[in-house]
Design a protein around this ligand. Structure first.
Ligand SMILES: [Zn+2]
Length: 698
C-alpha cells in the first residue's frame, strides 16, 4: 500500500507477489498469477528438508561453481509452475503456507453463527474474493461511484479532493502521502509526501532506449489502450489516449528520483512546512488536500523529493483534463483489477504478469484470495495461523540462535583492525540496542472498526484499504509503537528497520528448509543463522550505519573510520558490478550494496556463531560426519537457501528494480569472499570460487 512509508525497511528477499502488487498497486496478488489447472490445485507442497542431497550436483567442482554443486539438480526436481515467475526455497515454503492458510479460510468462509468476529472477517473477505460469478455479474457497478468521481472532474481545482480520496483508497496517482518515523527523531511519527504515480515499476522503464525496453513500453501503452477500450472507448481513440497517458507518466518519470539515490536517507529527507510545499506546488491546494486525506492537523512534513513537487506543478498546469481523467481511470481500474470482471483481471495479468514478469499463467484464484486476505487482514488470519501451526518452542530456539549471532558480531566488532576504539564503542552500543522480534506480535491488531461483508469483493477491498490508510495516518503526532509488525506472521521473509533498530522474523520463515529441528545445528546456522546474521548486518550496511542505536539518522563515525568503511563497501560495489545476472545484464553494485553487505556479513557472523557452538559442544568442524564435515554442511545449507529456478524475464525485471542480487549470486558472491569456505572445500587461489582480492566489510 502506498500509505506505508517505511522506505528504508530492508526485507530479506523480494517476493514476486510483493513486487507485482507494487507494480500495479493492487492490494495483494494482482498481476503475477493464477488460472492453472486442477493439477496445480491438487498438487500438495511439502517443506524441503534442511539439508537436501537430492538437489545437489556433486559432479560439479565446488571450487568452480558452488551454487551448481549445492543446487544443480534443483531446477530439474522443481520445475517452475506455469503461474509463477520463479520457484525456489522461499516460494516452496510460501506455497506450503498458502495451503495451510487455505484450509483456515475455507473453514472460516462457511457461514455459521459460531464464527468469531475475526473468523467472520477473514472468511467473508476470502469468500467474496472467491465469488467470481458474483464479481462478473456485477460488472463495473460496484466501482460506479469511483468512476463517477472521475467523470465529474471538470477542472484542476477539483483535483486535490479526488487525489486525497485516492490516497485513502490506495490508488497510485501523482504522489504518495502517508506517515513515517522521523529519520532524525525516531520517537516521532510525522507526515510524508513522496513521488509516485507511475504504472511501470520505476523511472528508467520510461527512459531506456534499448529494444527490449522500447518493446515493453509499447506493450504497456497497449495495455492502457486495452483498459480504456474495455471501459467503452472506441479502439482508435483509446490508442491515442493511451499515448497521452504514457507521455504524462514519462514526464513524472523524468523528474522522479532513481533507485540508487533513493537508498540515501539524506536525499529523501527534507522537513518543510505545509505552506512551503504549497508554494513549491501551487497547482494543488495542499492544506486542503492533506486535510481531506483524514490526516490530523500538521504544520510540517517530510517532502521526500522537493524537486519532484516543483516539477509536478508545471506538469499539472500543462496537462489537459481529458488526459488526467484517463490517467486516473486506468490507475483505478488496474488497482482494483482483481476485484473487477474477468476481462479487467485478465488484462491486468496480461501486462504485469505475462509481459513484464514473463509468467505464462494466472495463479489459481484461491491462492490469490489467500494472499489478498493476508494483505488486508494479516494479523487476524495470522493469529489463527500461529495458534494452529507455529510450534511454541520455535520462538525461544530462534531467539537463542539470534543471541549467539549477536555475540559473534560483538566479538567481530571488537577484533576489527580498521576501526578506532571510539567508533567501536558506538557500534557496540548500537548492537546492544537492537531488539529482536520473532514469530508474531505481542498485541494483535484490532480490526473491529473494519466492516467486511459477504459477496462484496470490491467494497471489502476498498474498506480494507481505507482502514489501513487511516491506521497509518492516525500514527502522526503520536508516540511510535515499537511492537508494530511490518509483515504478517505467515510471511516467508524477514526484515531490519533502521528507525526502529529491530530485526524481525515472522513465524512463516521459521520452518524447513530455513529452520529444521531435525537438521544438525551447523546446517541450521547456514540456513536461518545466515538470515539472522543478514538482518543484523543491515544495521551496519551503507544505509543502516547512518542511523544510531536509537534509530536516529545521526553520524556516530569518526571521519577516518568512515573512510575505511567506504573503501570496504566500494570493494563490494566493484565486485558485484562484475557479476552477470542474466543474458548480458550485470548486477547493479550500487543498488544492491546494502543487501550484498548484509549477505556477506551475515554469513560470516553465522559461521562464527556456528564455530563457537561447535566449540561449546566439542564438535570438530573439520571432521567428517557422514559425507561432509560440519563446516561443509554449513556452506551447503547456506547455498541451498538460494536454490532457485527463474524465468529470465523476471530476473531481468529484478535486476532493474530489486535491491537484492539474483539468487545464484547471493550464494557464490558471498562464498568467494570467505577464506573459511575455501578452507572447508580445499579451494585454491585462482579458482572461480576464490576471489583474487576478497571484499570484507563485516
Ligand atoms: Zn536484506
Amino acid at each position: 500500500m502506498p500509505q506505508n512509508k517505511s522506505t528504508l525497511f530492508t526485507v530479506f528477499l523480494m517476493l514476486p507477489l510483493a513486487l507485482a502488487a507494487a507494480c500495479a498497486q493492487t492490494t495483494p496478488a494482482a498481476p503475477a498469477n493464477s488460472g492453472s489447472s486442477a493439477k496445480a490445485e491438487s498438487q500438495k507442497i511439502a517443506p524441503i528438508p534442511g539439508f537436501d542431497t537430492s538437489i545437489m550436483n556433486t559432479t560439479v567442482d565446488p571450487c568452480t561453481d558452488f551454487y551448481q554443486y549445492a543446487c544443480g539438480k534443483f531446477a530439474a526436481k522443481y520445475p517452475i509452475p506455469a503461474d509463477l515467475p520463479w520457484y525456489n526455497q522461499f516460494e516452496n515454503l510460501q506455497e506450503y503456507n498458502h495451503q495451510l492458510l487455505h484450509g483456515i479460510l475455507e473453514q472460516a468462509a462457511k457461514p455459521s453463527p459460531s464464527r468469531s468476529s475475526s473468523e467472520q472477517k477473514i472468511g467473508d473477505y476470502y469468500g467474496s474474493c472467491m465469488n467470481t460469478a458474483a464479481i462478473d455479474a456485477d460488472g463495473l457497478k460496484p466501482l460506479q461511484s469511483e468512476l463517477a468521481r472521475i467523470d465529474a472532474l471538470k477542472d484542476k481545482s477539483q483535483l486535490p479532493s479526488l487525489l486525497a480520496h485516492y490516497q485513502k483508497i490506495g490508488v497510485n496517482a501523482f504522489f504518495d502521502f502517508g506517515s513515517m518515523q522521523d529519520y532524525k527523531d525516531a520517537t516521532k511519527e510525522i507526515a510524508e509526501v513522496d513521488q509516485g504515480g507511475l504504472g511501470l515499476p520505476e523511472k528508467d522503464y520510461y527512459l531506456r532506449s534499448d529494444p527490449k525496453s522500447v518493446k515493453l513500453r509499447q506493450e504497456y501503452t497497449q495495455h492502457l489502450a486495452n483498459l480504456l477500450h474495455l471501459y467503452g472507448e472506441p479502439a482508435a481513440k483509446a490508442a491515442t489516449d493511451a499515448q497521452s497517458i504514457l507521455a504524462l507518466e514519462t514526464s513524472l518519470a523524468k523528474v522522479s528520483m532513481g533507485m540508487v539515490d533513493r537508498r540515501d536517507p539524506y536525499k529523501t529527507y527534507h522537513i518543510e512546512t505545509v505552506s512551503t510545499l504549497a508554494g513549491t506546488d501551487p497547482s494543488l491546494d495542499w492544506p486542503a488536500l492533506i486535510r481531506d486525506t483524514g490526516a490530523p492537523p500538521i504544520t510540517d512534513l517530510n517532502v521526500a523529493n522537493p524537486a519532484y513537487f516543483q516539477a509536478l506543478n508545471g506538469i499539472l498546469q500543462q496537462a489537459d483534463m481529458a488526459t488526467v481523467r484517463n490517467y486516473l481511470r486506468v490507475h483505478l481500474l488496474d488497482s482494483f483489477a482483481s476485484r473487477l470482471p474477468t476481462a479487467y483481471d485478465d488484462e491486468n495479468f496480461d501486462f504485469y504478469g505475462r509481459k513484464l514478469a514473463g509468467v505464462p499463467q494466472k495463479q489459481v484464484r484461491w491462492k490469490r484470495c489467500v494472499s489478498a486476505t493476508d494483505a488486508a487482514l494479516g494479523e487476524a488470519l495470522g493469529k489463527v495461523y500461529v495458534e494452529k501451526y507455529f510450534a511454541g518452542d520455535s520462538k525461544q530456539q530462534t531467539l537463542d540462535m539470534v543471541k549467539t549471532i549477536e555475540a559473534a558480531m560483538n566479538q567481530d566488532l571488537k577484533s576489527l583492525s580498521w576501526m578506532s576504539p571510539e567508533t567501536k564503542v558506538k557500534a557496540i552500543e548500537k548492537l546492544d540496542l537492537i531488539t529482536n522480534k520473532i514469530g508474531y506480535p505481542d498485541k494483535w491488531r484490532d480490526y473491529s472498526k473494519l466492516t467486511i461483508q459477504p459477496n462484496d469483493a470490491l467494497g471489502n477491498s476498498i474498506r480494507a484499504r481505507i482502514f489501513e490508510s487511516a491506521r497509518q495516518l492516525d500514527k502522526i503526532n503520536k508516540p511510535v509503537d515499537k511492537n508494530e509488525w511490518g509483515m504478517s506472521p505467515p510471511t516467508v521473509n524477514a526484515y531490519y528497520d533502521p528507525s526502529m533498530n529491530n530485526i524481525n522474523f515472522p513465524a512463516g520463515i521459521l520452518q524447513p528448509a530455513f529452520y529444521d529441528r531435525n537438521a544438525p545445528e551447523q546446517v541450521n546456522y547456514g540456513h536461518i543463522g545466515a538470515i539472522e546474521g543478514h538482518e543484523l548486518t543491515h544495521g551496519f550496511d551503507d544505509q543502516g550505519s547512518q542511523f544510531d542505536g536509537h534509530g536516529n539518522l545521526k553520524n556516530w563515525w569518526t571521519p577516518e573510520d568512515k573512510k575505511q568503511f567506504n573503501a570496504r563497501t566500494a570493494c563490494l560495489v566493484n565486485e558485484y558490478d562484475g557479476f552477470t545476472a542474466v543474458d548480458n545484464l550485470h548486477v547493479n553494485g550500487k543498488m544492491t550494496l546494502g543487501e550484498n553487505t548484509a549477505d556477506n556479513g551475515g554469513t560470516r557472523l553465522a559461521y562464527m556463531a556456528m564455530e563457537s557452538y561447535a566449540l561449546r559442544h566439542n564438535i570438530d568442524i573439520t571432521k567428517r560426519m557422514g559425507n561432509y564435515t560440519p563446516a561443509q554442511q554449513f556452506f551447503i545449507g547456506f547455498a541451498q537457501n538460494w536454490c532457485s529456478n527463474d524465468r529470465p524475464a523476471f530476473v531481468r525485471m529484478l535486476v532493474q528494480t530489486d535491491p537484492h542480487s539474483p539468487n545464484h549470486i547471493r550464494s557464490n558472491g558471498v562464498l568467494r569472499n570467505m577464506p573459511e569456505f575455501a578452507h572447508a572445500f580445499s579451494c585454491r587461489k585462482g579458482q572461480p570460487m576464490v576471489a583474487a582480492a576478497p571484499c570484507h566489510v563485516w
